[in-house]
Write a protein that binds this ligand. Structure first.
Ligand code: MTE
Ligand code: MO
Length: 535
């Protein structure tokens, strides 16, 4: 409609989130969205774009690239952007706000997968080096920008709790900290996409999603209040829920940037479930990337349920409607490439997982098998043979969901014919009378493991198993082991592999092909790593 007025971008800016009539720009059009805000499914989050272009935000929420959304918006058209502010029919790039402009600075050692939004994995050498991952090296998985909450006002941060009958209670962060007992839980967070790269490579089939190696997992000590305590305070009938009789079936969590997910009520009210509303991580305030000032921690469940920047809890008879609950974080069969999302359950408790995070070469010896702490012939360790073998030190992590404890990590140095056991570090043992660093009712933390072993020369020579180093293995070795990375023709690689078993005797699948799914979720096949040496 050419009769509509043209507005300078400076005028649109005056209609920001605080104004009575917020406006947004989409393409070269200007809309007054005042009437849409109460009806917008993402709630107030649309205000993040007010006073500027909505396009960079909608590029993040793929859901908006949909005709019916444009139809809704078209009702609110009030004019166009002035020609003086247009370049090729669009507002000039520098006029468009960067949704990620407020994101925090990050540690350079994190391995960045995408910068905007920020997705970064914990570097391999930090994974099993410490039991508690330092905050600044904890992996980061953000779907959107990092909401900005002023330190000075963080205690006023508001959490809204809505029960099934519509009763609403609100708590400031200060209320949570002062009116409820504080609890500490040590728990791993693992993204459902951890090791997706291994699945893509190991199955030879591509997967959709960030190609994480083994670093989309970390472990921290979290402090906060129990979700169950807050629900009880809000008037929720705990006894009914505990007996399985409640009409409330799910607890929805929503974050300030409109990310959302839910967990079954059973986990939320389980006195041993340890679901926390956390405000502290490793005895420091939650870092901004990890949910400052408040996040849910759902130990033993996929990390997608541990909603960051938490400001809304809703009890419901249904799962969260969010795309991350309904159209993501599910697994399908290796035969399914076109899927019916509703047909598969949302991932909640995680399966058993393990990875090798460090390999060190220790030189040639004349004995095969394991040595040192893990040595025990009763466990089937190969006998000393007098054959030349390359001594290696392996380390890594193992973890299982649902509070199930890892009972064993098995390693094979000969392609799976024989297995030996890694040593599980006693990280949860209390030392010198100090309390165990593993608070909580379940095995919510990872177990770090170590194995000193000798890989027989035959494994390097075996045409089935031993092969010339791949480009990646070469690069890997070059960074690990500068001295011997001379690159002469005698360099050969053997494959070492590991798998973990949990206390329900669940163990990892042998191949990625067997659990391949098009989204690359829950990649838990035996982790294989090439050990390369000059032979
Ligand atoms: N919560 C919000 N509000 N926004 C998000 O993007 N990502 C989820 C979960 N909670 C996410 C969120 C996913 S998929 C993961 S794996 C974890 O947060 C990552 O938590 P971390 O960044 O603290 O490691
Ligand atoms: Mo995730």
């Amino acid at each position: 409609d050419p009769a509509l007025p043209r507005f300078r971008i400076a005028d649109v800016r005056k209609h920001g989130a605080e104004s009575e009539n917020p406006w947004v720009i989409h393409g070269d059009k200007v809309y007054d969205i005042t009437d849409w805000i109460p009806a917008h499914p993402g709630g107030q989050v649309i205000l993040r774009a007010a006073g500027g272009s909505i396009d960079p935000y909608w590029n993040i929420f793929a859901i908006h690239k949909n005709q019916y959304v444009y139809d809704i918006l078209s009702q609110y058209l009030i004019g166009y952007v002035h020609q003086a502010d247009l370049v090729d029919g669009r507002p000039a790039q520098e006029q468009i706000e960067d949704p990620f402009a407020d994101d925090p600075a990050r540690h350079p050692a994190l391995i960045t997968k995408t910068a905007k939004p920020r997705n970064a994995e914990t570097p391999a050498d930090a994974l099993a080096a410490q039991f508690l991952t330092p905050n600044e090296l904890f992996y980061v998985r953000n779907h959107m920008w990092v909401p900005l909450v002023d330190e000075a006002t963080s205690n006023a941060h508001l959490l809204t709790v809505e029960l099934l009958d519509g009763t609403v209670k609100q708590y400031t962060l200060e209320d949570l900290k002062t009116r409820f007992p504080s609890r500490k839980i040590t728990a791993v967070l693992q993204c459902s996409g951890n090791r997706r790269k291994h699945m893509s490579e190991g199955s030879g089939r591509s997967t959709n999603g960030l190609q994480w190696a083994a670093g989309a997992i970390s472990n921290a000590s979290w402090e906060g209040v129990l979700l169950a305590d807050v629900l009880a305070d809000a008037g929720f009938e705990m006894a009914e829920a505990l007996s399985g009789e409640s009409e409330t079936r799910h607890v929805h969590f929503a974050g300030m940037e409109a990310y959302g997910a839910s967990i079954p009520i059973k986990k939320a009210v389980d006195p041993q479930g340890d679901v926390l509303l956390a405000y502290s991580m490793n005895d420091q305030p939650l870092p901004r990337d990890h949910g400052y000032p408040l996040r849910a921690i759902v130990p033993g469940h996929v990390a997608a349920r541990s909603v960051k920047w938490l400001n809304q809890i809703t009890l419901s008879d249904e799962e969260s409607m969010s795309q991350w609950q309904r159209k993501d974080y599910k697994c399908f069969g290796p035969n399914e490439t076109k899927v019916d999302w509703d047909a598969a359950p949302a991932i909640q408790e995680l399966p058993v997982q393990s990875a090798i995070t460090d390999v060190k070469l220790r030189g040639w010896t004349n004995a095969t098998g394991t040595e040192g702490a893990a040595e025990d012939d009763d466990r089937g360790t190969p006998k000393q043979s007098g054959e030349p073998a390359q001594r290696v030190s392996l380390s890594g992590y193992a973890f299982s969901g649902g509070g199930r404890s890892v009972i064993r990590v098995d390693a094979s140095l000969d392609g799976g014919s024989s297995w030996t056991q890694a040593y599980l570090l006693p990280d949860c043992a209390s030392k010198d009378g100090s309390p165990s660093p593993c608070q909580g009712h379940g095995a919510w933390t990872w177990k770090r493991w170590r194995l000193d072993a000798a890989v027989p020369l035959a494994a390097f020579r075996d045409p089935e198993q031993g092969r010339a180093p791949s480009a990646e293995a070469k690069a890997d070795v070059a960074s690990r082991d500068k001295k011997s990375a001379g690159g002469d023709g005698n360099r050969r690689c053997a494959t070492v592999m590991i798998k973990a078993t949990d206390d329900a005797y669940n163990t990892q699948p042998e191949s990625h092909a067997a659990t391949w799914n098009f989204r690359g979720n829950l990649a838990t096949a035996w982790h294989r790593v090439q050990v390369c040496a000059d032979c």
